[in-house]
Design a protein around this ligand. Sequence first.
Ligand SMILES: [Zn+2]
Length: 269
Amino acid sequence: MIRAMTIIPVGISILTTVMLVFGVLILVGAVFLFVIYFAAKRQLTRFRSLLPASLIGKLTQDLVSGPFSREDQQPVSLSGMDRIYAPRIQNDFPELNLNELKRRAERLAFSTLAAIGNDDVGPLTEQHGLYTSQVNQYLERLRLQGQREQYQNITIHRVVLSDYQKNEGTCRIVFQLAIGARYRKTGMAQQTQAEQDALSQFRFELEALYVQDPDYADTPDSRSLALNCPNCGAPMRSLGEKQCPYCGSAVEPVNKNVWTFSRFQFQAG
Ligand SMILES: [Zn+2]
């Protein structure tokens, strides 16, 4: 008994002892991680109610089978303020058919993605210079980067009113749309740079502008419109300008007392 106890430490070298200790530590660590992984997987259903749906959706999607492999679409969040703004707009513009303006916004958003995909502003359902020049600038930027964007299976899921501003001389309504589409971005040599096989949702923003007084020049309001010359892209100083102050080309005047779509914004991919 006494002999055996004294022999063991002598018989095993220091190196073997160290390796044995590390081996045991690694084994314990592995079992620990394994237990944590399964506990977390089981708890995921409970976290769903606590975390934002978009985040947990992305997490589970990545855990299960990598990004973009599932066919479901994570809905984008829109800031819908219809209940606040719709009555105000109807009060200020009793003759305006707000639902019809929404339909116009849907058609324009749809045709904007089609125009971007075709690399041509032809499909746009509203051909006002303000809007067309912005789409042209978007396409020009893609061309300079040697890229092309394509959107297929476009569906409009939801349209909301997200902002309404009534200023002296101009009024603005901002619509937000949740659009589902298959998105593909290709480079010069047609090689794919970014792709979403599954339908994914985008947030698309459209601004409708109503001008009562185009000569309402050089106010913070008209400056923030960020209008650009359709020919050279120079910023315009006011809505009433009929000629570009830089290149001298004629600028289509903003129609008075008509709702005109003036701006779009969206994040591709
Ligand atoms: Zn110009």
